[in-house]
Design a protein around this ligand. Structure first.
Ligand code: ASP
Ligand code: MG
Length: 428
């Protein structure tokens, strides 16, 4: 008997029909002789709608109340799914994050998991029932308040449960057939990837690919959880995200296919660019600035420091951060302007990031050349550049992002003739 954790995203449970379809799938999985734990997201665009609602009521929303509000979305889908499964004559019980033992720190809106003690989930499946868990939420150890893990956090709930329960696989059900070489909503000719290493997937997720939550991939890698990303609208085999290269060989039945040089192109519209002007060019200033931003709980991504203009002893530092964290970071920086001694701040939300990812980049020269050549031919101006061993990223004007993604995808020969199927979801 296998223990399978199945996570269904919002687009898979967007209406009553969807919930029934998911219930059927869960019941079938159990009937095939498996123990099943299900993690659900909120129905359709519920989380966004709740956010919109809160925005209409308050501009300075209390983080604690936001978590109370947003965690309600998952409670709706979990209970409806339990009822739908019961309609099929199977036994199911739903649990909130706190009932399922998801213990977190107290940072509302992006809580980190500290401990997972899924006693009730375990008792439920040992009894032969189906356990359903609300995604993306937990309870703070310190404050006993409800927390959420950040947008897209249900993936992380699923993997954390899979790790704690020692599940054989964590299936992430979504509205496309798997992970593609680019977002199929932007590049219709994108190709489905059969297997990808968790290292590459980490870079994809960190670069804005929304198919998996970044922390879910980190968690899966750390605990050796095998992920299978697939569609809830079809029974097609999806994409396996494998923590170690050996697993890949096992899955491919003794055929270690050579890794393609490039695994995909990711893009991200959710970041903003901050430029701190006229920073004194002396030791410790970067530390001060990034200390302030960290104090505002902001995650910094790309950083560029210009050489100081000769004679002035001042330099500019630019970095990107999630747009949603922009206001808090700016407030904190402005408050410290005199202490740090910089001259001003520029803030730009009209930017987009494109990343090219592939483990084969390490051993293949000429990748950067081809990349920048493709951007040049497409008329894309590059604003910032950053690289890792297996990734090249650029920031450009938001309006040019789609063009840039298509150009780079084509230049690396990733296009196929088949059009990728997007079964549902608004991509919101
Ligand atoms: N419902 C939450 C969101 O929309 C969590 C999730 O879907 O994973 O971000
Ligand atoms: Mg998601």
């Amino acid at each position: 008997m296998s223990l399978i954790v199945q996570k269904f995203g919002g687009s898979s449970v967007s209406d009553a029909e969807g919930i029934k379809r998911v219930a059927q799938r869960v019941v079938d999985t159990q009937a095939a002789g498996n123990q099943v734990v299900v993690v659900v997201s909120a129905m359709g665009d519920t989380t966004d709608e709740l956010l919109d609602l809160a925005n209409q009521i308050s501009s300075d929303r209390s983080a604690r109340e936001m978590d109370m509000l947003l965690s309600a979305g998952e409670r709706i889908s979990m209970s409806l799914l339990a009822m739908a499964i019961q309609e099929f004559g199977s036994r199911a019980q739903s649990f909130t994050g706190s009932q399922a033992g998801m213990v977190t720190d107290a940072i509302h809106g992006k809580a980190r998991i500290i401990d997972v003690s899924p006693h009730r989930v375990l008792t439920t499946i040992e009894r032969g029932d189906i356990a359903i868990v609300a995604g993306f939420q937990g309870i703070s150890q310190e404050s006993n308040d409800i927390t959420t893990l950040g947008r897209g956090g249900s993936d992380t709930t699923a993997v954390a449960l899979a790790a704690a329960l020692g599940a054989d696989v964590c299936e992430i059900y979504t509205d496309v057939d798997g992970i593609y070489t680019a977002d199929p909503r932007v590049v219709h000719s994108a190709k489905k990837i059969d297997t990808i290493s968790s290292e590459e997937m980490l870079e994809m997720a960190a670069s804005g690919s929304k198919i998996l939550h970044l922390r879910c991939v980190e968690y899966a890698r750390r605990f050796g959880v095998k992920l299978h990303v697939r569609s809830s609208f079809s029974t097609n085999e999806g994409t396996w995200v494998l923590p170690s290269p050996d697993d890949k060989i096992k899955i491919q039945e003794g055929e270690p296919l050579e890794q393609p040089i490039i695994s995909g192109v990711a893009h991200d519209r959710s970041e903003a660019k901050v430029t701190i002007l006229g920073v004194p060019d002396i030791p410790g200033k970067a530390a001060e600035i990034f200390g302030i931003v960290a104090g505002a709980h902001s995650n910094i991504d790309m950083i560029v420091q210009n050489i100081s203009t000769r004679g002035t002893g001042k330099t500019d530092i630019s970095f990107t951060l999630p747009m949603v964290e922009g206001k808090e970071a700016l407030d904190a920086l402005n408050a410290a302007q005199d202490v740090v001694g910089f001259e001003g701040i520029l803030y730009n939300e009209n930017v987009g990031k494109l990343s090219l990812i592939g483990a084969g980049m390490r051993s293949n020269p000429g990748v950067s050349y081809k990349f920048f050549e493709a951007l040049h031919k497409a008329g894309v101006n590059v604003d910032m550049i950053s690289t890792s061993e297996i990734r090249i990223s650029i920031v450009t004007h938001a309006d040019l992002l789609d063009t840039a993604v298509r150009a780079v995808h084509a230049a690396f020969g990733l296009d196929t003739d088949e059009e990728a199927t997007v079964y549902g979801g608004t991509g919101r």
